[in-house]
Design a binder for this molecule. Sequence first.
Ligand code: HEM
Length: 160
Amino acid sequence: MSAALPAGLRERLRVARPFLLTALAASLGAGLVAAAIAHAPTRPLVWMVAYLILVAGVAQGVLGLGQALLPPRPPAARRCIMEWLLFNGGNAGVIAGTLLASPALVALGTALFVAALAAFLLGVRGAGGGWLLQLFRAMLMVTGLGACVGLALTLAGLAR
Ligand code: HEM
């Protein structure tokens, strides 16, 4: 099927692939955890399921695909690897920090995550416009705000 795609689009989808595959894996993992804990859900685990779907799944898919399709030229593979590491290293830190009740780990994860968002913002410089760019920017804003609120809740100990 990919042979039928124009070479330019194939190259763009190739750089989006790590983000899309990770988003799929996170959503599958979330579904499995939800099924496993359904008989006795706990607040941190239900939060983790939501986080995996919304942030590691939907947001990662939109940002990875948006950055691959929006700029005049597809991003370099090295840039995507750096973003993938920041974004998913951040997710791992936020999740582990929340489950282990370690505010320092949540703060470290949030810092990596926000650095990834900044890299994604720079990654679409020169994009023309349109609904996908609006969706991309909205996703950066919502997740950026969510990260700040989540860190504030953690530091204030209000979420428990
Ligand atoms: C996508 C948009 C987001 C929404 C709508 C959202 C919403 C929420 C809500 C409602 C809570 C309170 C949960 C509770 O009562 O236990 C929460 C907690 C939290 N969120 Fe988010 N959030 C978002 C994104 C993020 C992001 C991007 C991060 C980090 C990078 C983050 C980190 C956290 C953390 C660490 C907590 C505290 C969990 C706990 O200690 O129980 N959130 N979020």
